[in-house]
Design a protein around this ligand. Sequence first.
Ligand code: BG6
Length: 517
Amino acid sequence: MATLAAAGNPQVRNAEVHRPPPTGPCALVIFGITGDLSRRLLLPALYNLARQQILSDNFAIVGFASSEIDEQALRDSLAADLRETAGPAADTSIIEWLVSRIHYVALNFLEDAGWQTLRQALSTVDNAYRTGGNYLFYLATAPQFFLAITTRLTAEGLMDDSGGRWRRVIIEKPFGHDLESARALNRALLTVVRDDQIYRIDHYLGKETVQNILVFRFANGIFEPIWNRRYIDHVQITVAEKAGVGRRGRYYDRTGALRDMVPNHLVQLLALTAMEPPGSFSANALQNEEVKVLESVQPIHPDECAACVVRGQYTGGVLGGVPVPGYREEPFVDPQSTTETFVALKFAVDNWRWAGVPFYLRTGKRLRERNSEIVIQFRNAPLALFRRSGASLPQPNSLVIGIQPQENILLEFEGKVPGPAIETATVDMHFDYRQYFGAENRTGYETLLYDAIIGDPSLFKRADMIEAGWAVVQPILDAWAMGRGGNLYEYQPGSDGPEAADDLIRRDGRSWSPLSL
Ligand code: BG6
């Protein structure tokens, strides 16, 4: 979705900035409306869509959850959250417009009575808002309910899209907890709904900076010719978080950093960075290339697991002057837990473009900074021409794609230091998203919700993409289960992760890009 702020900025040239057309009529049914995801991300995203005037007037929300709260109290509390998220610029009339359309069904979705009430609520909403019987079901629940809810939706006739109306279901992550369970979930879902009705979400694809990787690579002629093994030495993908596990210990302790972040978000970043140009920008053409490149990632052999994968867990300590608990002291975490909160990996992508170019990935909680970026490190210049003149050895060039919180692209190169001697220094060319396109308060879910309502699946995951992501990490899970390469290294909060992660890349004569912003 083009940002309208770009229209007023003279620095932005050749921009086709237009407001996307409003969505058609529909009811959005959120399972788990009282939960964190819905409050922190979904409702604020809907508010942003409403503010841009691209939500149909024939739009309503039906929320489903087990909390005993009355409808008006829920509306008031969601409105208060929205006011807080939007800050002083909050548009109260839009908040009112949105929350007045929320209808709440306080029932357990595993019980029969709940479904009758849901059907009644939907028919009331259909009449009041003329939704045309179009429904988007958002499963913001624990993953063990994904299949049960979808099966029930079908049994209740709620996925029946005959007569020109549409019915779709958004499935959140985690989609399975390993390759086999992801395959089983895909298979089981397909026995109850059609594939084109399933929208599997990876919220990283809703981030503008992530979508921009495609535009950067394929809307420009100058990068693609050097985007290969002849010019690129290696690639680093980092998703670092400063926050700890917070109150999600129950989920996280069963999951760990590898399952939580790698088969989905990190592998998605790898796919966009490494894929071949698609034949068109259609959802299928894009996704075919993403799957193809993931299938080229060489499985890590159990014998290599110790050298190619590092697991870490944060200890207690002090972060920004404030004492913070260690992972094992976090709420709902087993005090003896051996779950990893950090993982670093080295992958090889075995195809003609990338043979011999390692991809180093790392992600973790309680690190020095929240900083997610992709670093493309180019090969050295063929000759150190200026060495004899006393200049220091030039650094290899790198291109840094800042995903968050920095939303930028930096090209680092060598420049001459002013003066009579030939001295070189590393300088950079800098594109800053916000400077060009304005600082809009986005959650990343705006485009995803809009696309799901208009029926564009490009930014959602096909079944084979989900499985390809799991296939990348499955050999590691297997090796760990066999007791191979699963050593757990401690690291201090506010650090760059365990020393062993530095060794992983140092053994190849390379080093991680600094985490500090
Ligand atoms: C979620 C993970 O999918 O992504 C969380 O479950 C993680 O553990 C989050 O914190 C990171 O998302 P973002 O958008 O803050 O980078």
